[in-house]
Design a protein around this ligand. Structure first.
Ligand SMILES: Cc1cc2nc3c(=O)[nH]c(=O)nc-3n(C[C@H](O)[C@H](O)[C@H](O)COP(=O)(O)OP(=O)(O)OC[C@H]3O[C@@H](n4cnc5c(N)ncnc54)[C@H](O)[C@@H]3O)c2cc1C
Length: 437
């Protein structure tokens, strides 16, 4: 290898025998600017990656099977994460402030590589926080953000509650109502939310409710339900196929009253938004959508972590396992599977990193780039974990090995935070400008 010679400061290197052409006039400046492009992680990111990976390898991965079997929130592991600062408002803030936007996806990939159910128990509160960050004022973020995590001595959780029994993909038809009681400056919430991560056990619930149902999603707003508020309770806790260490339950709101300042963004902003919607003007903020747009690449990163775990595990296995007197990896049928798995994993990471970087730069997702990252990474996780089982044969199918669990865990990534079909809808509408149904 030799240094690339045609542009200033370029970090790229080209093969010694590659033809090095003179840059045409006027191109040098542009290529000089291009030299700033790098996919190398910086020192801070490498340190965080290693720190989270060590925790995932030493604490999370060994506990994955146990908490999957128990189907309970792994409180001792959340506490351990809190004690080292990994489960904390400060750490998530540090991730949000990373100017490249890559810190949170990097941490999410590593944690889910350890175990996706436990990772969701640890990072589930981040979705509640994202709901506050997307729709709240800076003051609201500073007041409620730290309470989404608590302290190592008093762990707190957050939940983001949008979905309802009759409104999952179709968030415009939420039935949960928020009615303003002007005399008391309180909002009264009524309705049932379903499939809520940390639902009912969270200290802070961020609830999306309809203020003016006839306006659809433009008539909705987000509310904080503070700890110990009367009128909010857990309904049914669901038994699931995968990510079983993560708590998923109904949340029942029965005349649940929250102070006026719990309306995210404030009353003036909401009144303005409703007035615009009544006039039929385009709204710039839809409570649930704004949160999901920002969080999709991170959810894609979680799927990526599962896929990478399954790929690495089955690669090692394929080198060890002998059949017909040779390692099974010596068969193209097996080796090509692994080649495809790795290619899809790397492509997923590039999509996740691109969308995360775009979000951090305030670039609009003009082609549904956030959805692309979640769609591709989610489907890759399902595909790769299934291929890993196939590579391992009978051993892949039994619980002595983790790949069957990883396959069960992976499936949720084509469902929550918008199903694969909804991601395709978003991308198709963005690229065509046509309101595809
Ligand atoms: C484990 C788990 C955790 C969850 N955590 C949360 C949470 O923390 N907070 C929260 O608010 N929600 C959460 N959810 C809910 C999740 O986001 C919804 O399940 C998801 O959005 C899909 O909604 P649905 O289940 O009602 O499916 P539906 O909307 O009924 O969809 C059913 C099928 O129809 C397809 N479909 C629907 N509409 C269209 C269309 N227009 N075009 C093409 N296909 C379509 C869907 O893609 C899907 O295949 C969670 C769900 C699960 C299972």
């Amino acid at each position: 290898m030799t240094d690339h010679r045609c542009c200033r400061g370029c970090k790229f290197r080209v093969a010694a025998d590659a033809e090095v052409r003179e840059a045409p006039d006027g191109l040098e400046q542009e290529q000089g600017a291009m030299a700033d492009f790098t996919l190398d992680l910086n020192e801070d990111q490498l340190q965080i990656q290693k720190w989270v990976h060590d925790f995932a390898e030493n604490v999370v991965r060994p506990a994955g099977h146990e908490w999957d079997e128990k189907e309970e929130t792994p409180w001792p592991i959340i506490k351990e994460a809190a004690e080292i600062g990994l489960y904390s408002f400060d750490f998530i803030t540090q991730c949000f402030l990373d100017p490249t936007g890559l810190m949170l996806p990097i941490a999410s990939e590593e944690m889910s590589w350890g175990d996706a159910g436990i990772a969701l128990s640890i990072f589930g509160s981040t979705l509640g926080l994202a709901g506050i960050a997307a729709n709240g004022t800076p003051e609201q973020l500073m007041e409620w953000g730290p309470q989404c995590f608590g302290t190592p001595d008093k762990i707190q959780l957050a939940a983001f509650a949008v979905s309802e029994p009759d409104a999952g993909s179709d968030v415009s038809s939420l039935r949960t109502r928020a009615v303003y009681d002007e005399a008391k400056d309180e909002w009264v919430l009524n309705g049932t939310k379903t499939w809520i991560t940390n639902g009912g056990i969270a200290d802070i619930h961020v609830v999306v409710a309809s203020v003016e149902p006839e306006l659809g999603s433009r008539g909705q707003a987000s509310f904080i339900v503070p700890p110990n508020t009367p009128g909010i309770s857990q309904g049914q806790k669901f038994q699931k196929m995968g990510i079983r260490a993560s708590h998923t339950a109904e949340v029942v709101l029965d005349n649940c009253r929250v102070p006026g300042h719990c309306l995210l963004g404030g009353k003036d902003k909401l009144d303005e938004k409703l007035a615009r919607a009544r006039e039929g003007k385009r709204s710039t903020s839809q409570a649930a959508m704004k949160t999901f747009e920002g969080s999709r690449p991170t959810v894609g990163a979680q799927a990526l972590g599962i896929a990478r775990a399954a790929y690495e595990y089955s690669l090692d296995y394929a080198k060890e396992r002998k059949a017909f007197g040779r390692a099974i990896i010596e068969n193209q049928a097996i080796a090509f599977k692994l080649a495809d798995m790795k290619t899809r994993i790397d492509a997923s990471r590039l999509l996740v990193w691109r969308a995360s970087w775009m979000a951090s730069q305030g670039k609009e997702f003009t082609a549904g780039e956030g959805s692309m990252s979640k769609l591709f990474a989610g489907e890759t996780a399902v595909h790769v974990t299934e291929e890993a089982i196939q590579i391992m044969g009978g051993y892949g199918y039994i619980r002595e090995h983790p790949v069957e669990r990883w396959h069960r865990d992976s499936k949720i990534y084509t469902i929550f935070e918008g199903t694969s079909e909804i991601q395709r809808l978003i991308i198709a509408r963005a690229i065509s400008g046509v309101h595809i149904k």
